[in-house]
Design a protein around this ligand. Sequence first.
Ligand code: HAM
Length: 421
Amino acid sequence: MATPISFDPPRGMRDFYPEDMVWRERIFDSWRRAAKRFGFQPYDACVVESLELLQRKSGEEVADQIYWFEDKSGRKLALRPEMTPTLARMIAQRQGQLTFPVKWTTIAQCFRYERMTRGRKREHYQWNMDIIGEDDCSAEIEVLAAAVTALRMMGLPDSAYRVRVNNRALLSELLEKSGIAQEQHAAVFLALDKRGKISDEEIQALLATEGLDEEAVKKTFHLLGVETLEQAAELAGEDSPAIARLRELFTLAKVYGIDEVLRFDIGVIRGLSYYTGIVFEAFDTEGKFRAIFGGGRYDSLLTTIGGKPTPAVGLGFGDVVVAEVLKDLLGESAAMEKNGTVIGYMFPEQREVAMALARRLREAGDDVELMLRKAKPKQFFAHAGSGSASDAIFIGPDDVEKGTVRKKHLADRSETEIALS
Ligand code: HAM
């Protein structure tokens, strides 16, 4: 006998059963509504991208995690690990025709061959919101406020998370003051981003391979000890453009009503090399989960792929971590919303009456689940109670004779009578 095929999906990939879809829909719905509320336009692209576009030679973790293959003509293709390079390519393609700034949004399925930990899968959906062609700080605050709005729509209280904000330009200024050359900054950022994932000794070794001497390594670590924006301003100097930018962002956060959730954190660096300015990551307040979302300003990516210089800000917000945070806080069943009507009937003679009533209600705009067979009352109400409907109508011979049925509201068992004709 042949060995039976495993019923599990490939490792790290997910199946979505109806109970999982309830959560996914709640998250996707909030993403879409928040994007619309902030004036972002939807776009999309194929999940298969050319490997060359995705493979930047920067030593980023994500570059090693790409699922790639050769097609029958020998083209090197990949399943995208993120949407940003594709977005940059699409913008560059139409650069002469677009009126900037553009505000674009998508929900992209992304693939990364990750070491599997809590909150990390090998496939995830990532909401992206990007503003291309605007260097004003209003772009950063719009993206951040839209993300906070999505979390509020999902039912997550502000107290449950914090968005930690930093500025790579600030780190650059401080590294330069410490005598670390500009060319080394990108590598230093990627090494520092590994804090918490690998030991400090390993990071020190990484920095040493980048050519930093012992003194420079010490100074770099010292910078990460900065706790407040005021301390950072003391080090960088009051005329620091990077500090001014951060202060502006915090001022605007007050205007947008999101200052309570924003915190300065010099330790937020981000693991992708294309960021150039403000960077941010959201974490649950208790620190139990991985990042809920992350993003920042990336003003050089378009030139890196051959486009014209174009400022850009954006974020990626995955479905995996936020679902865990929401379930942890609100309970596994919190996403189940009860609405619509389930209709059942006792004997075959009532089948057509039930069908006609279902048709009438559906045409009037109601969501109706019609039982496909006759059922005993107990059986019917057990089914109705365990489903997603808020109301139930059970039709027996007496109802047909009277010409009316009772619609039962399942939550409080209250009833309303409706005519069958
Ligand atoms: P990222 O930080 O690599 O950024 O990913 C953004 C978010 O996607 C993470 O915060 C997390 O919610 C989710 N995510 C990433 N990898 C996984 C995974 N293996 N499993 C589950 N969730 C995951 C980017 O990808 C940037 N391209 C975001 C961006 C857009 N920056 C500017 N525009």
